[in-house]
Design a protein around this ligand. Structure first.
Ligand code: NAD
Length: 299
């Protein structure tokens, strides 16, 4: 037997499970890259919203002259939306982008795996759940991998690729090739809590909230300081509002529990905002009040 890694299977068709914020973007970039896409959600209404969002995004690109009308129509035509998991049976890869709940994801895999061809790859877009543990719930841990896209998917260049402990080299190579076809750059992470980007980003956001809580600075001085002092397009508090403060808190809890180090303990002020329902942009109020234009700091 040769030790040469098995050739990566070429991915010619994609399934996406979950037509929310992330699934829509993933379906759009795959279709725009010429791949046929089956998009599945349990809610028919989510699928209608998803197709309208894809059209709106591509219309905007037609308006800017970056996509032709014919290419827009062809991309939309490549996406087959539906509520039946059975439609995913012929896909070379299925990218799961359903709600961030472990039991829900493993229930989806339990339904999906018997339908998939044995050689098909299963990828998860999870932000914080262990890829190794999710893989272990399937019949194909070697063909299971994390493909962590960033929001908004058509704009953000990065795909963080997460190798579970059993992920094979050929699965890794196949998703690297897929990401390149989508025009994305990859960063490969081993499967530890938070992977690379959230492991480094969330402690920075958390520290910004501690600085706010302790009165080191107000919202504006913390964000201006970090934006202009470290050359970031958004300050950490503005970015936290964009991500969602509930999402930030839940990722910090994963880091704290998974790594067992008190340096990841979530700031009590962050927990208090979440308890108040002040979740950031999506609820209209977080570290900024989005009811005013421009948004005004709340501290
Ligand atoms: P979302 O709530 O916008 O969408 C989730 C979708 O999954 C919903 O449309 C829901 O109907 C659908 N769904 C739920 N159960 C399902 C099932 N059994 N079968 C099929 N569809 C089902 O969530 P989102 O923000 O798009 O996040 C999806 C995944 O992407 C999560 O794992 C999240 O951690 C990850 N993620 C999110 C972001 C982000 O910024 N929002 C960034 C990176 C990764």
């Amino acid at each position: 037997m040769s030790d040469a890694p098995a050739a990566a299977p070429e991915i010619r068709s994609v399934g996406v499970i979950g037509a929310g914020q992330m699934g829509v973007g993933i379906a759009q970039v795959c279709a725009a890259a010429g791949l046929p896409v089956v998009l599945v959600d349990v809610q028919a209404a989510a699928l209608d919203k998803a197709m309208a969002a894809v059209r709106r995004n591509l219309d905007r690109q037609v308006g800017k002259g970056t996509v032709s009308e014919a290419d827009r129509d062809a991309a939309i035509g490549r996406i087959a939306p539906g509520t039946e998991m059975g439609a995913l049976g012929d896909c070379d890869i299925v990218i799961e982008a359903a709600t961030e709940k472990e039991a829900l994801k493993t229930a989806i895999y339990g339904q999906l795996c018997p339908i998939l061809r044995p050689e098909a790859i299963l990828a998860t877009n999870t932000s914080s759940i262990s890829v190794t543990r999710l893989a272990a719930s399937t019949d194909r841990p070697d063909r299971f991998i994390g493909m962590h896209f960033f929001n908004p998917v058509p704009v953000m260049k990065l795909v963080e690729v997460i190798r579970g402990i059993a992920t094979s080299d050929s699965t890794h190579a196949a998703v690297e090739a897929l990401a390149a076809r989508l025009g994305k750059t990859t960063a490969t992470a081993e499967d530890f809590p938070g992977f690379i980007v959230n492991r480094i980003l969330l402690p920075m956001i958390n520290e910004a909230v501690f600085a706010l809580q302790e009165g080191v600075g107000d919202v504006r001085s913390i964000d201006t300081g970090m934006k202009l002092g470290t050359n970031q397009p958004m300050g950490p508090l503005e970015l936290a509002d964009f991500i969602g403060l509930d999402t930030c808190l839940s990722i910090l809890r994963v880091l704290h529990e998974g790594l067992g180090d008190s340096k990841y303990r979530p700031c009590p002020l962050l927990a208090k905002y979440v308890e108040a329902g002040w979740l950031g942009r999506k609820s209209g109020r977080g570290f900024y009040d989005y009811g005013q234009e421009p948004p005004q700091p709340t501290r």
